[in-house]
Design a protein around this ligand. Structure first.
Ligand SMILES: Cc1ncc(COP(=O)(O)O)c(C=O)c1O
Length: 401
């Protein structure tokens, strides 16, 4: 019998899959801590963490035990039944946010979709049929399903998919005058990433948030926080909005929420608590019990291991180090750092640095063309962070124009 081994290569990838990803040619075997190990034995420092998902790195025994224990009981029974892991996770999110109600789904884009539906239904239940507009900020990213994609509205993401969902608007990022122009009594909700992730790590200004809060009170629209990338401790507080003087009406979470398993959530306050009624929204898999058990373990570990504080300390150490590099390397144009969400704007396409770092066994990510994005595990050590800094220093030093 001939055994055919599957070649994990770019050629096979081109044969098997739709061409919607530009995957790096790595065949990863397993991960441990902040490192990924390839099948050829090479070890890579992971400064991407599954695009901000693997907040506690790889192979944590406590997380693995929580997953195994729940999987041994049941992996799926559906939302036709009560599920203890969901109850515990919902109670935890309510405790952390001080809000009222939770809906679980499987991903970030589903959380956004649920929030768009919730906002419009909330407005129509208020008896205001004109209040349909859902507004986002320029340079945002909210996901790939129709509502979330329409809200994102960057040509790159929407080209060829038109017509988009109607009655959506966009405010220039941090532009208070544009905010004042774009919201009105017809606005049902404004969606906001307090720190934009895919957009290149940009933090909204306090002044913009203060005005948004005042206008939300004046016109009576909802403020929806997209905490999918910036939440779960990445910027040093569990929710990034906690660093501003605002309490959103709805919060969207996903990415690290399920400890690496697919889990998304929206949390809503009293204003929206009664909007969803039986059958008005739902999902077969949402709030999967294994993902919820993993999420509970993740949140416990984040707090018991002091990882929010670690994000603050390692993050600022990295910023200081990159600022020093910027004095020697004029390729570095700007450094933005909020906890362990780090963006380095560079002169050329950031893809170059992704490829060069890969050759030196460090995984970094590029976003917005010329931004090197670092989203390491929140459990990263100072020594591991230094390895990343030294590697980028080497690349900048050896770079030819
Ligand atoms: C801020 C933000 N919102 C929404 C999403 C969409 O999440 P998902 O890819 O899980 O659908 C992402 C994904 O990168 C994100 O960063």
């Amino acid at each position: 019998m001939v055994t055919k081994t599957l070649d994990i290569s770019t050629e096979t990838e081109q044969q098997l899959f739709f061409h919607n990803y530009a995957r790096l040619p790595l065949d990863i075997d397993y991960g441990k801590g902040s490192f990924l190990y390839a099948t050829d034995g090479q070890r890579y420092l992971d400064m991407v963490a599954g695009i901000g998902v693997n907040a506690i790195g790889y192979g944590d025994e406590r997380l693995l035990k929580a997953i195994a224990d729940q999987a041994a009981k049941y992996i799926h029974i559906s939302n036709l039944f009560m599920q203890r892991p969901q109850f515990e996770m919902a109670e935890k999110l309510i405790e952390l946010s001080g809000m009222t109600k939770v809906f679980f789904c499987n991903s970030g884009t589903e959380a956004i979709e649920a929030a768009i539906k919730l906002a419009r239904r909330w407005a129509s239940m208020e008896g205001n049929t004109d209040k349909k507009e859902v507004v986002s900020l320029s340079n945002c990213f909210h996901g790939r399903t129709y509502g979330a994609m329409s809200l994102t509205a960057k040509p790159k993401y929407v080209e060829g998919y038109e017509p988009l969902v109607p009655d959506l608007g966009m405010i220039e990022f941090n532009d208070i005058e544009d905010l004042e122009r774009k919201v009105s009594h017809r606005t049902a909700a404004v969606f906001i990433e307090f720190v934009q992730g895919e957009g290149g790590i940009h933090r909204v200004s306090e002044a913009f948030v203060d005005r948004l809060k005042a206008l939300a009170a004046h016109y009576g629209f909802l403020v929806v926080a997209d905490e999918i990338q910036s939440g779960c401790g990445r910027t040093g507080t569990f929710f990034s909005y906690e660093q501003f003087d605002i309490q959103p009406d709805v919060v969207c979470l996903a990415k690290p929420l399920g400890g690496g398993l697919p889990l998304g959530a929206i949390i809503g306050n009293d204003r929206v608590a009664e909007v969803f009624t039986p059958g008005s929204h739902g999902t077969t898999f949402g709030g999967n019990p294994v993902a919820c058990a993993a999420g509970m373990a993740l949140i416990d570990i984040l707090f018991s291991d002091g990882l929010l504080q670690n994000a603050v300390e390692i993050g600022s150490m990295m910023r200081e180090a990159f600022e020093k590099l910027a004095t020697r390397h004029d390729q570095i144009l700007e450094i933005r750092q909020y906890g362990l969400m780090i963006g380095i704007t560079v002169k050329r396409e950031a893809k170059y640095y992704v490829e060069e770092a890969l050759k030196r066994l460090v995984l970094v990510n590029a976003t917005s063309q010329n931004v090197i994005r670092l989203l390491p595990p929140l459990s990263i050590s100072a020594e591991e962070a230094q390895l990343c800094i030294r590697t980028l220093d080497e690349i900048f030093s050896e770079e030819k124009p």
